[in-house]
Ligand binder design. Structure first.
Ligand SMILES: [Zn+2]
Length: 149
């Protein structure tokens, strides 16, 4: 599993960790600091994450590249407009549409979901995700914010 630590919304340190070996501490890059991990009740019987191993907080599921899907929609839209307006020949238009479709399919295939902690924003990548995790939920985030204050 690949872990990215976030502070104030920006990526700070990262490390990779084996969910089967479960080392009690790791050295993070690039700062070289040691970090202690919480393994009590944070991993299930199938070696999948249940809670954050940094702060024991709740996790949500997130797609890695939501912003690229928007670009694909804009590309497809402008391709369609250019085709209708007659700037492009039918064959060019179909080629562009086909490329956009390929890009979209590639994103679907390579855009693996990851887990993110509600409390410390740590991102957990390249790890199997248990089916019970949901996308980010405002109600849940509000509950956590309220319990912290
Ligand atoms: Zn956390």
């Amino acid at each position: 599993m690949f872990v990215e630590l976030h502070t104030d919304g920006s990526k700070t340190n990262r490390f990779s960790v084996n969910l089967v070996e479960r080392p009690s501490k790791v050295v993070v890059e690039p700062s070289g600091d040691q970090l202690f991990l919480h393994w009590d009740a944070t991993v299930d019987d199938s070696d999948r994450l249940r809670r954050c191993i940094i702060c024991s907080g709740d996790l949500y599921r997130e797609r890695a590249f939501p912003q690229i899907t928007g670009i694909v929609i804009v590309l497809a839209f402008s391709g369609g407009i250019a085709g209708i307006a007659g700037f492009l020949t039918t064959w060019v238009m179909f080629s562009v549409m086909f490329l956009v479709l390929l890009l979209d399919v590639a994103i679907l295939i390579f855009n693996k979901p990851r887990l993110v902690c509600y409390e410390c924003n740590t991102k957990f990548k390249e790890t199997p995700i248990a089916p019970h995790f949901h996308p980010w939920d405002r109600h849940h985030a509000d509950l956590i914010t309220r319990s912290q204050n």
